[in-house]
Design a protein around this ligand. Structure first.
Ligand SMILES: O=C[C@H](O)[C@H](O)[C@H](O)COP(=O)(O)O
Length: 228
């Protein structure tokens, strides 16, 4: 296993220790969250899980975890999920795996959100990782032009690029497309978040601000805890 995978695994296993029987647990998406799901299943707790993607639901069901839809349980006690970047104050970029909308819905319905990651995800300023923006498929090329204007309002002069795979646009679990904005530096994440949300056709974006309560980051020296 690579060092990075070992760090992801250690952070996922540390987060699984936070779960208790009787909890409703939100399950994130991605390679790091998958380690959490496996470690959680291995603990054989009596938990009900709310999943942030079809891929995670398939993984969790295969491991014997009990699954419920968002809104079909009482409030979620604990959600654990990965991130593409962890910036100051536990501001995050998420959505590298195109799951940002369901993730944000689950995070916002959770009492406690814990982000897990390898050490390389921690950055002094958000923006090196291209910011994913989920856009309604209908008219998305028009929306892209308006996204350029919204980014320019925030002094970010880039054109977001449609995410493609095997020659076709990547579709999210909700049937939307993803545009990735290579911002470089995001000096004011809150202003950018507001500008992006104001564009008709934008469903949501990968800036997760003021949502994470704790980060468990795998490093060469073990798992470290970061608070906002
Ligand atoms: O859409 C995907 C999610 O936001 C992931 O949690 C994020 O991309 C991190 O994924 P990974 O743990 O595979 O780096």
């Amino acid at each position: 296993m690579s060092d990075v995978d070992a760090q992801k695994r250690a952070s996922g296993e540390a987060a699984a220790e936070l779960a208790e029987s009787g909890m409703v647990v939100g399950l994130g998406t991605g390679s790091t969250a998958a380690w959490f799901v496996k470690a959680l299943a291995a603990r054989k707790l009596d938990v009900t899980c709310v999943c942030t993607s079809v891929a995670t639901a398939d993984l969790a069901a295969g491991l014997g975890l009990r699954i419920a839809e968002l809104g079909e349980t009482r409030e979620i006690d604990l959600t654990v999920d990965g991130a593409d970047e962890i910036g100051p104050g536990l501001s995050l970029i998420k959505g590298g795996g195109a799951a940002l909308l369901r993730e944000k819905l689950v995070w916002e319905a959770s009492k406690r959100c814990v982000v897990i990651a390898d050490a390389a995800k921690q950055v002094p300023l958000l923006g090196k990782f291209p910011l994913p923006i989920e856009v309604v498929a209908f008219g998305h090329k028009t929306t892209q032009l308006r996204l350029c204007d919204a980014l320019a309002e925030c002094d970010i002069g880039v054109a977001p690029r449609l995410r493609m795979k095997d020659g076709a646009p990547v579709l999210t679990d909700g049937g939307n497309v993803i545009y990735d904005a290579a911002c470089g530096r995001i000096e004011d994440p809150a202003a950018l978040a507001a500008a992006l949300k104001s564009v008709t056709g934008v469903v949501d974006h990968g800036l997760f601000l003021d949502l994470a309560d704790l980060a468990l980051v795998g490093t060469v020296d073990g798992v470290i805890r970061l608070e906002p």
